[in-house]
Design a protein around this ligand. Structure first.
Ligand SMILES: Nc1ncnc2c1ncn2[C@@H]1O[C@H](COP(=O)(O)OP(=O)(O)OP(=O)(O)O)[C@@H](O)[C@H]1O
Ligand SMILES: [Mg+2]
Length: 261
């Protein structure tokens, strides 16, 4: 039998399919778009087709993320915090602090030695410091989001942005471009702004930033420029699992397996 985890976030809809041995058979990430029920169906069909499995062979489905209550035939809807914690335990055992930055939310999650959630802190409703903020800045710079990872190379000026508000920061980026400031300096400034906001969040659950092993999940973990800025500002190495954007869906699939036992 097979177990499916679906994470319907504000920007991406992710699915992970596992078997009873916790082996990942297929995973997929697609845009959530305006019609999340369609995205759910599409991502589900995608992983089932990839693994060559019929829907009737699914023993349990667990959903998570913003749209988690929109998934039908689910065993349960579980919070993202629980699912990300479970997913990171399977990917990077021993993580004491998990940072999840998605399209709309950023979270710092403190874990105990068993990988269970001890405490967490979340951003307010504002897009500052999230993936959506970075997407708006990438648009202003006219570069694809996937290229943002490498655009900070060679920056030396430690440029500071005066506002983290997405709307103000966007016009500031446009002005910087008009003033001839190099793209790498702007991107580096953006990455450090995200990193410093993230560290404020982290300090709410781990004031000392002590010996904890720190990992990051969510789509923004694919932006290595942000990871570099975080490493530098935190003074320690942040571990990134192989597929950071499907950690929530992986956790959901593992919970589906556990709850069916
Ligand atoms: N290849 C990539 N390079 C750089 N950044 C990326 C890449 N892929 C995704 N991202 C970032 O990840 C963000 C989306 O993250 P994620 O898929 O975790 O969001 P989500 O789970 O839908 O959001 P939320 O959990 O807030 O509802 C994008 O806004 C973008 O900034
Ligand atoms: Mg998410």
């Amino acid at each position: 039998m097979y177990y499916l985890g679906i994470d319907i976030g504000s920007l991406s809809c992710d699915a992970v399919l596992i078997d009873e041995n916790e082996t990942v058979l297929a995973s997929s990430v697609i845009p959530t778009g305006a019609r999340n029920v369609e995205a759910i169906q599409k991502v589900k069909t995608h992983v089932l087709d990839m693994a060559g499995i019929q829907e009737s062979e699914l023993k349990a489905v667990i959903s998570t993320g913003y749209g988690r209550n929109r998934v039908d035939k689910r065993l349960k809807a579980v919070t993202e915090i629980t699912c990300h914690a479970r997913g990171i335990k399977a990917s990077l055992e021993g993580t004491g602090l998990l940072i999840d930055i998605g399209g709309q939310d950023s979270k710092a999650i403190k874990l105990d030695t068993d990988g269970k959630v001890k405490d967490f802190a979340m951003n307010d409703k504002c897009a500052a410091g999230t993936g959506r903020f970075l997407e708006a800045m990438a648009r202003a710079l006219q570069v694809p989001i996937e290229e943002m990872s490498e655009l900070d190379h060679g920056a030396t000026k430690n440029l500071t942005l005066s506002s983290m508000c997405t709307v103000f920061a966007e016009s500031e980026v446009v002005s910087l471009i008009a003033d001839g400031v190099e793209t790498n300096e702007i991107v580096n400034g953006l990455n450090r702004a995200i990193a410093s906001r993230t560290i404020s969040l982290v300090k709410r659950v781990a004031p000392e930033l002590s010996n904890e092993s720190v990992a990051m999940s969510g789509g923004v973990a694919k932006n290595s420029g942000v990871i570099r800025a975080l490493n530098q500002l935190m003074g320690k190495e942040i571990k990134v699992p192989e597929q950071p954007d499907t950690i929530g869906a992986l956790g959901a699939a593992l919970i589906a397996l556990e709850k069916s036992k």
